[in-house]
Design a protein around this ligand. Sequence first.
Ligand code: G3I
Length: 340
Amino acid sequence: MFARALIFAVVLGVTSSQTDTPLRTLAEARGKLIGTAVDTTALVTDRGYRETIARTFSSVTPENVMKWERVEHVRGVPDYTAADQLVSFAKANNQLVRGHTLVWHKQVPDWLTSAGFSGEDLADVLRSHVVDEASHFAGQLYAWDVVNEPFNDDGTWRTSIWYGAMGTEYVAQALQWARGADPAAKLYINDYNVEGINPKSDALYTLAQSLLARGVPLDGIGFQAHLTAQHGAPTTFTANLQRFADIGLDVAITEVDVRIALPADEDKLSKQADVYRALMQSCLAVDRCVSYTVWGFTDEHSWVPHAFNGQGAATLFDELLNPKPAYVAVANALAEGVIP
Ligand code: G3I
């Protein structure tokens, strides 16, 4: 174990002076939150995992435990146990919590998809869910990813269960229900492959403009940023963030990971670090970019290898919690501030 850690540290060329100041301290000096998604099972079982979160991050997002299938596995029997534990952990460590996510086409309970509900029934069930969950956490979350992933990559609407039941109005309705239940939380739409200026981010931009024009309570846009080291960060990311900021919205980088075709080597890790750095520089360049959240911080507990065959090593720390070049790149970007 120790030998492996040593080899990694040597290969990575990371020295302790580059990692002495926690990211959360560096981020606070720039007025940004630095966050991570949290696997609440690891939070309970893995002390190193727990301690690294407390030391490194100023905000946490539950990776799975606020999703509908987890909070209402059995219809009418809410279970917020794991999510409440994370909220308590965050309070104890002076961290903010980003809620994730109220309305999504995935990770909905089996009872919902198998009941043969009419469109009208589905709208009722969705309203109850949004109101109940947002009420449960009211006042405890700084932001909610209210609607997750409404668009296809070509900018057309995703024909999800919610779109099928309510058409495009499900987005406005969900935002209004969430605002009524938790007036303090910033309300977001969150999506992936919207980092660059492209048909999907154009569709999101048009939707955001129209919601704001109607007075629908939309406060921000989340840019997930599940990227690859090979393809790099989109060159239009800063301009894209800025155009949403310019219409009066907060912007947040919500789910960063940068996967590598395994096995990782020095060159791939260096390219990965470049992507992490570029994303942070974009956030620093846009005043209304409030947070930079990674979707898991250690390769030991990352969804990536489970979802992408032959790819992984996507996070800031290796399996033994040694900081990787990506960590140093984020730390340095924060220390340097905006590049003129
Ligand atoms: O909890 C069960 C466990 O009981 C069972 O034994 C095990 C067997 O596979 O599965 C467990 O559930 C898994 C769950 O994660 C919890 O670990 C699911 O199979 C697995 O599909 C699920 O994956 C999650 C994925 O969302 C589902 O779509 C990932 O952890 C989570 O990182 C990922 O997060 C999403 C964001 O919410 C939205 N943006 C994209 C992002 C990555 O896909």
